[in-house]
Design a protein around this ligand. Structure first.
Ligand code: GLN
Length: 432
């Protein structure tokens, strides 16, 4: 499934689905359900590339923890999905396999970096999919493709077998067409795993409930301010109005630390990536180096040929920011900004139960519309705060602008994933 999504195989796919549904996959929660997997999640005996040339042909010798859990519940894993290389991007254009197209309008991007997973669900190729979200990579494509996506609280889903981009921020999470599907997939993948040192013993056994009477929703002014398309903001405000009709109460609030959130995110992730990606050196992973050359020439050759432009940019940025004399100026400061984001959320959550706003500042961009990295990074402004704070956040479709889907984002207190799911469910039930 990696690479450009075309629609001819749908018939063949439907035939395949019929076989899956008839096949015996036991009696688990996902018996026979077709699920697609983002290609940065290790699958035993199935090539796992992170959409990078450097991992071409890499066959993991083990399954990620979440894959074991899916198999135990009888899921039919039907393929690996395209993504931005190593998760670095917002459009799925940074893939060595070429871009994935948005099934709602094929002249547009599906969002990223889990764009292949979102497109596969939106196009009806699979019922559900797994993605990963370091700074919005589940919620952004869910929003752009008109489906539901949940970034779980940090620690709730094991990262064992997820090929790391920025460990301190990322989580594996579910994508689906409905809140119920997302909740079901979450109930399969959440829980403690001794192989992940950041794993928490917080299983998710929840059936979505649509009751939100008296619920307090914080509305941060920054989520409706500069840089957010007024039409998108209008659609989301209307959706929040629906939640008020259901008995929720809105409370205006502010996240002043958002001014530094994007910078903190990009410094932290680039630093972690520069360290995580050091293993792709042609010795441990990647094509074998030319051993006749001096080691640094051979090493440079393997990495220059294997990594795409964006990945190289971030490795350079991260290596620079961590270098002696600059560490305090960049990395340490980013951690202070991150603590401030967390403190802002803690303060707001004393008064409200959840926080709501748009998932993305705009609808899906046209392919190749964002040519400079900075304007691409800016699109992540509404999603990265939840990762910096570690809190759960869901995106649920809430209407259209320019004929394209808009996502409503609900963020909750740490480990209150159930509550954000319930709010999304209440909205979904009210509009359907
Ligand atoms: N767009 C963000 C980035 O490029 C988020 C990516 C992600 O969540 N994996 O880093």
């Amino acid at each position: 499934m990696a690479g450009t999504i075309t629609f001819e195989p749908i018939d063949r796919y439907n035939a395949f689905l019929a076989t899956c549904n008839n096949a015996s996959h036991g009696s688990g929660k996902l018996a026979g359900v077709p699920v697609a997997i983002k290609d940065n999640i290790s699958t035993k005996d199935i090539e796992t590339t992170c959409a990078s040339k450097i991992l071409k042909g890499y066959i993991p010798p083990y399954d990620a923890h979440v894959i074991n859990l899916l198999k135990a519940e009888g899921a039919a894993i039907v393929g690996k999905t395209n993504m931005d290389e190593f998760g670095m991007g917002t459009t799925t254009e940074n893939s060595a396999f070429g871009p994935t197209l948005n099934p709602c309008d094929t002249s547009r991007v599906p969002g990223g970096s889990s764009g292949g997973s979102a497109a596969a669900v939106a196009a009806g190729m699979v019922r559900m999919a797994l993605g990963s979200d370091t700074g919005g990579s589940i919620r952004c494509p869910a929003s752009f493709c008109g489906i539901v996506g949940l970034k779980p609280s940090y620690g709730r889903v094991s990262r064992y077998g997820l090929i790391a981009y920025s460990n301190s921020l990322e989580q594996i999470g579910p994508l689906g067409k409905t809140v119920n599907d997302v909740s079901t997939l979450m109930s399969v993948i959440a829980g403690y795993d001794r192989h992940d040192t950041t794993s928490q013993d917080k299983p998710y056994n929840h059936t979505p409930a649509a009751e939100i009477k008296g619920l307090k929703i914080g509305i941060p002014q920054e989520y409706f301010g500069n840089g957010v398309d007024p039409d998108v903001a209008g659609v989301v405000k209307k959706a929040i109005g629906r939640l008020e009709e259901l008995g929720a109460v809105t409370v205006p609030c502010s996240i002043p630390s958002m001014e530094y959130a994007l910078a903190a995110y990009y410094v932290t992730t680039s630093c972690e990536a520069s360290s995580n990606l050091a293993r792709f050196d042609g010795v441990r992973y990647g094509p074998a180096p030319d051993t006749k050359k001096p080691w640094h020439d051979a090493y440079t050759e393997v990495r220059s040929a294997g990594f795409g432009t964006e990945v190289r940019r971030r490795i350079l940025l991260g290596t620079f920011a961590l270098s002696s004399g600059y560490y305090g100026k960049y990395y340490a400061k980013a951690q202070v900004a991150r603590a401030n984001v967390r403190a802002d959320f803690n303060r707001i959550f004393k008064d409200v139960d959840v926080i709501a706003g748009p998932t993305m500042p705009t609808v899906a961009f046209k392919l190749q519309e964002k040519s400079d990295p900075l304007s691409m990074y800016l699109a992540d402004i509404l999603t990265v705060p939840a990762n910096l704070a570690g809190i759960p956040a869901i995106s649920v479709p809430c209407g259209k602008s320019e004929g394209m889907p808009v996502g409503l984002q609900i963020m909750g207190r740490m480990f209150e994933d159930e509550r954000v799911v319930d709010v999304a469910y209440a909205y979904e039930q009210a509009v359907n």
